[in-house]
Structures are given as C-alpha cells and as structure tokens.
Design a protein around this ligand. Structure first.
Ligand SMILES: [Zn+2]
Length: 178
C-alpha cells in the first residue's frame, strides 16, 4: 500500500514537472517565433543602428509608434502599469534587458514606473523641452527606441521615477529555481 502510494506520488510529481517544462518550452518557442529577427536578442548588447524604414518593416505598429515616433500610450491602458510579477523587463524593439521588478513601484500615474533601471548604461538620457516642458527623455541604449521619461519625484532610494510605456516593454517572469 505504501509502495503504491509512493509510486502514485512520484508519478504525479513527474507528470507535473513535465507539464511545467513543456509549458516553459512552449512559451520560449512562442517568444522566439515572435521575435525571430536580426534585431531582437536578450543577450547581444551590441548597439543597433537602423533607420526608421527598416524598423517599420519589423516592429508592430504600436511598438513602432512609441519607439520611433516618441508616442505615448494612454494612461492606465498599458499591460504593465499595474503588473506585479517578479522578473525582467526588456526593450520590446531589440530585447535589451532594461528594468527588474525589484526596481518597480506602484505609482498612480498610469504607466509602469521604476525608481531604478537594471543598469544606467543600458539607457540614454536626453534633454527634452517639447510641449513647453523641461523633461528628460529615456531611450534604449542599444537600439535608441523611445521608452518614456525620467522625473525627479520618485521614491527613495533614488528619488527618481522612470515613467515607461508598457508597449515598449517585454516582460519575462523569473524562472523558478529547479
Ligand atoms: Zn531597444
């Protein structure tokens, strides 16, 4: 009896593990299929220099609008403004890792808000005086896509608020430790 119970238990564990692995594999396949381009990589950090026409051919229209035309998604409409899962946020245009959920905070502004990036070198900071405002634009250090702006009204320890469009972010959940 104990033997059978142990067998059953192992079988369930094995089955669950296989299921989880298959789900992960499926997820990764989908992601690489969606992003199977020369421009997209989560590992390669070499700077990309392509013109807008080239980007237009490969980016979905909404991503192109934010990345290359400096668009802004409507507040409270993006997929990540209220997103709380643990993991990494990548540039949706080129795949460069930009932010971690550790650096995200709940802001009432309606866009994903971070108090620090993964690494300041992975971003460009550009003075932006458009619309009569003095702001600092943040772009992707690898592909120069417009991401959003950084403001000095964030929480400690940095006092900064990186206000980023969800459309230009890809999120990957942290893998469970095996
Ligand atoms: Zn990028």
């Amino acid at each position: 009896m104990i033997f059978f119970r142990a067998m059953g238990c192992n079988f369930v564990r094995l089955y669950t593990k296989t299921l989880v692995l298959n789900q992960k594999k499926g997820y990764m396949n989908n992601l690489s299929k969606k992003k199977d381009t020369l421009m997209y990589s989560n590992q390669d950090s070499e700077k990309l220099v392509f013109n807008d026409n080239e980007w237009k051919k490969i980016l979905p229209a909404d991503v192109y609008h934010i990345a290359r035309e400096k668009g802004t998604e409507r507040a409270f409409t993006g997929k990540y403004w209220d997103h709380k899962e643990v993991g990494t946020y990548y540039c949706a245009a080129c795949g460069s890792p930009l932010f971690n959920s550790n650096g995200k905070f709940e802001s009432s502004c309606g866009w994903p808000s971070f108090f620090e990036p993964l690494n300041k070198e992975s971003l460009n900071f550009i003075p932006d005086n458009s619309y009569g405002m003095k702001r600092t634009e943040v772009t992707c250090g690898k592909c120069n896509a417009h991401l959003g702006h950084v403001f000095e009204d964030g929480p400690p320890p940095t006092g900064l608020r990186y206000c980023i469009n969800s459309v230009i972010l890809d999120f990957k959940k942290e893998e469970d430790p095996e």
